[in-house]
Write a protein that binds this ligand. Structure first.
Ligand SMILES: [Zn+2]
Length: 325
């Protein structure tokens, strides 16, 4: 199967890369920028297949069946190296040294030696500088693809040496198609996942592996805590675990978004229709739509802070007052 042909919702990125491959106008480095789960690594794999495929006639797309295409699908091609760090672990100097060595060798059997660095923003200062040196004098047959959802954390000098390819959040209907196709689930469930996923098919698919009933319960408990006080800015919300807090903030974002939809009479977009509808109606009365947008902005800023390593306990203690106060 042609990998790029399976991508939905990123036509611009896919067309651009297909054209570069077809015209053999390939940059030494690419920077794929976009939210998690929007297809950056799949598109990287698909782009490499376009470049490495042995089966297709020139000017055609990758065949998806030759040994190169197959090994790329399985992450097992000897001329391609993937650097992937778990969670928030940093990418250290040793990884970059490995990359430099790998790229300095002639490719075993292909035209290129390629390296994909996932979560490239997790490079340390030292490793960023080392990578910059590689980008400044790239070995002839080398190709580097950086993937990130935090472009602003990368050195400007790295950004300027890579061709940027943007990945946008994927539309609701495309996500429904993708998760139904991949997981063979009912449309209603796919709709729920899609609304919850923030435009990221990857998130929707990950969530499908979780207990959705548990997820709904968690959403209800966060909602209940915020709404029961009458004045949500007085809610008490101690949370010491970063991952839990980020999930709860996602739930809260959904709740606030639902309140906005309710206010705008866009009931069909409300995710948790059954959740505490009376309390929600009260909130709808209380806040103007401008105010609700302000809350969303504040909440997103706080979420970024937690993701960027600000202490979760501190953030959760100020959160109700900051967002609702
Ligand atoms: Zn092929």
């Amino acid at each position: 199967m042609n990998i790029l042909g399976t991508i939905k919702g990123q036509e611009k990125a896919v067309n651009y890369l297909r054209n570069s491959a077809r015209k053999k106008r390939v940059a030494n480095a690419y920077l794929f920028v976009g939210p998690d789960g929007t297809g950056k690594s799949t598109v990287a794999r698909g782009f490499l297949a376009e470049l490495f495929c042995q089966g297709s006639e020139s000017g055609k797309t990758a065949c998806g069946a030759c040994p190169n295409c197959r090994r790329i699908s399985e992450n097992a091609h000897p001329d391609i190296k993937w650097i992937t760090q778990e969670g928030t672990a940093r990418i250290g100097i040793d990884e970059i040294k490995e990359i430099r060595e790998f790229l300095s060798l002639k490719p075993y059997e292909s035209r290129y030696s390629a390296v994909v660095i996932d979560n490239a923003h997790q490079m340390t200062q030292e490793s960023s500088n080392a990578l910059l040196k590689v980008l400044e004098e790239p070995p002839g047959d080398s190709l580097i693809i950086l993937l990130t959802n935090r472009k602003e954390w990368l050195l400007p000098t790295i950004i300027s040496r890579a061709a940027e390819v943007r990945f946008s959040p994927v539309g609701k209907d495309d996500i429904i198609d993708i998760v139904m196709g991949k997981l063979g689930i009912e449309k209603a469930e796919a709709e729920f996942l899609s609304s919850y996923s923030g435009g990221s098919p990857g998130t929707a698919i990950l969530m499908a592996g979780e207990d959705l009933e548990l997820k709904r319960k968690a959403l209800r408990s966060v909602t209940a805590e915020i709404l029961k006080k009458g004045d949500p800015s007085l809610a008490v919300w101690p949370e010491e675990d970063r991952t839990n807090l980020i999930q709860q903030m996602d739930h809260l974002l959904i709740l606030i978004r639902d309140i906005a939809y309710k206010k705008l009479s866009l009931d069909e977009y409300i995710i948790e229709k059954g959740v505490l509808s009376e309390d929600m109606a009260e909130c709808t009365e209380k806040y103007s739509i401008d105010r609700i947008y302000g809350m969303i902005t504040k909440l997103i800023a706080l979420k970024r802070a937690v993701e960027g390593n600000v202490n979760p306990k501190l953030v959760s203690s100020v959160l109700p007052g900051e967002v609702f106060g």
